[in-house]
Write a protein that binds this ligand. Structure first.
Ligand SMILES: [Zn+2]
Length: 112
């Protein structure tokens, strides 16, 4: 079982690295921008709010991904990694190899 532990360590490390870079990304996305001098221009304001909502959906996607990563790291830490979230059966190792972030077994995945 040593091999599996090694794999999990590597996966966790990879996830933690990704998490770190996502947090940096989020910081940049949510950094308040300095206001320009021509705040009275209506067209400009529309553009800015469009850009703003784009940024919000972008940062939401980043947050979602961070949540996903947290969830997976939690699963690894609690020893639940590799088990289906729904039926608690063991997920096929071959499937996990293809997609290490699987949280549902092949049966529940189809039912979903
Ligand atoms: Zn299942």
């Amino acid at each position: 079982m040593k091999e599996l532990n090694q794999k999990l360590k590597e996966l966790k490390l990879k996830l933690e690295e990704e998490r770190e870079s996502l947090i940096q990304q989020l910081k940049q996305l949510e950094e308040p921008e300095e206001f320009g001098g021509d705040a009275g221009d209506y067209d400009e304001e529309t553009d800015e709010s469009e850009e703003f909502s784009l940024k919000i959906s972008e940062s939401e996607a980043v947050r979602d991904r961070i949540n996903e990563i947290d969830f997976l790291i939690n699963k690894i830490n609690s020893g639940n990694y590799g088990f289906c979230e729904k039926c608690r059966n063991k997920i096929d190792e071959k499937d996990l190899e293809k997609d290490p972030e699987l949280i549902l077994c092949s049966i529940c995945k189809i039912k979903k």
